[in-house]
Design a protein around this ligand. Structure first.
Ligand SMILES: [Zn+2]
Length: 127
């Protein structure tokens, strides 16, 4: 395989991976928290802010969560994008309850997100 073929193959595989992500099924999904409806938007990439790459962002005024499949030059593994989605939902939960200080505590939000994902994976929360 020539270097050019190798490069083309890598580009094709990356494109395929990006398009085949199951995370897309969350795009435009809505959820409600105590009368407020939020919309999930799965986007290719979020603009970087102050040279910080964005994995996800919650727009409180618009009631939208945007999660990114790509951060910088890297396509994120589906598990990471999913964790980002749960992380942003935890922000919404805290914001909806007026726990604004707690919502700005990224370590707390990340810890709660990882615990929720762990519980979901164990399928013990299925009613
Ligand atoms: Zn956060």
């Amino acid at each position: 395989m020539t270097r050019l073929e190798e490069l083309l193959r890598k580009v094709c595989m990356r494109t395929y991976k990006l398009k085949s992500m199951k995370i897309d099924r969350f795009n435009n999904k809505k959820f409600e928290l105590f009368g407020t409806t939020y919309v999930i938007k799965v986007v290719g990439i979020l603009a970087n802010n102050d040279n910080m790459y964005q994995y996800g962002i919650t727009y409180n005024a618009k009631k939208e969560i945007h999660i990114s499949k790509k951060v910088g030059d890297s396509i994120q593994p589906e598990s990471e994008v999913y964790l980002t989605l749960v992380h942003e939902i935890v922000h919404c939960i805290l914001d909806a309850g007026q726990y604004n200080e707690e919502s700005q505590n990224e370590a707390l939000v990340e810890w709660l997100s990882r615990c929720i994902v762990s519980l979901l994976k164990q399928k013990i929360l299925v009613a």
